[in-house]
Write a protein that binds this ligand. Structure first.
Ligand SMILES: [Mn+2]
Length: 313
């Protein structure tokens, strides 16, 4: 992967010191069971991002001016456990720098590391999972760091809310909290799920989005597509409300499995990422006063993070 700036933004917005946002690519695809290719997700996502307009019509903002630092990709792949630990350590190091940390996969197992880092850095965290699959197996094919286990740890250590679920094994019912699970077939004809899910969230929310939560009609390029998924505007409507009402501390997007002949899914991922940043920084005006806004932002994040400046990671 060439080292470029995210979305082709100017260097002044891409330097770590000035950037409020850090983007960490994790091109890992070690445990996928069916279609391989999520390792190519970050590259396709970054290429689509470079070809996307950076003015957001809905909010009349240009969130890239908050600064986006593109970190080196995490390439550890000697074992699923080693990858998870590398992600955990890297994510935590950027949280410690008071950045808004975002991760792009790779398969969903990378989120085990990101969630662990956020859970150690913020109090009373809610993990909001948008996904076709429950991913609640304790272990699968000999590893607890398999993509089928991506949310097991979160189910034990955080307030996990699962949205869009439409595929799971019977064994996962023993782990699942059905009160905090929003099945796609129930969401389809009743949109009260949005308010209900938000009511169950604590203040600090971490979001993990498996792109297979979307309907394959709008996002076919994913490892395990499932019919009956979410559509674009209802998803944005929900996510915008979450950002407005909660302190979203970070997010990841995973499981883009690009198809070189059909790039719509890559652009959906790129736009989704940019929309989430847009909603996060909606009330921060970066245009005029980049430096002082940066300081205000980092101090408000710092208030929530458990770390002090001199803590070891
Ligand atoms: Mn998943």
């Amino acid at each position: 992967m060439n080292k470029k700036n995210y979305a082709g933004i100017d260097d002044q917005y891409a330097k770590l010191d000035n950037a409020k946002i850090v983007l960490i690519p994790v091109p890992y695809d070690g445990t996928s069971t069916w279609q391989k290719g999520a390792d190519k997700g970050p590259k396709a996502f970054l290429e689509a991002s470079e070809n996307m307009e950076l003015y957001d019509i809905e909010t009349e903002t240009e969130v890239y001016k908050q600064g986006v630092f593109l970190a080196d990709p995490i390439t550890e792949s000697s074992s699923p456990e080693a990858m998870v630990e590398a992600v955990h350590k890297t994510v935590k190091s950027y949280i410690k720098k008071n950045k808004f940390v975002t991760t792009f996969g790779g398969e969903h197992s990378i989120s085990i590391g990101t969630i662990r880092a956020f859970n150690e850095s913020f109090d009373n965290i809610t993990v909001l999972q948008l996904d076709a699959h429950a991913d609640l197996r304790k272990s699968y094919q000999g590893s607890a760091c398999n993509h089928a286990c991506a949310l097991y740890e979160a189910s034990q250590t955080t307030n996990l809310i699962q949205v869009g679920i439409r595929s799971m094994d019977a064994i996962e019912t023993t782990v699942m909290d059905e009160d905090k699970t929003y099945f796609a077939h129930e969401m389809a004809d009743d949109d009260s799920w949005m308010d209900n899910a938000i009511d169950q969230m604590t203040d600090n929310v971490y979001i993990t989005i498996d792109l297979d939560v979307f309907d394959p009609s709008i996002c076919p390029s994913t490892g395990t597509p499932e019919p009956g998924g979410l559509l674009w505007y209802e998803t944005l409507d929900f996510l915008r409300q979450v950002f407005e009402e909660k302190n979203v501390v970070g997010f990841d997007i995973v499981e883009l499995c690009p198809n070189e002949y059909a790039k719509a899914s890559d652009f959906l991922a790129a736009k989704l990422y940019y929309k989430l940043l847009t909603y996060k920084f909606l009330n921060e005006d970066a245009d005029e006063d980049f430096e002082s806004n940066f300081n205000a932002m980092t101090s408000s994040i710092h208030k929530f993070s458990k770390f002090e400046d001199d803590d070891d990671i």
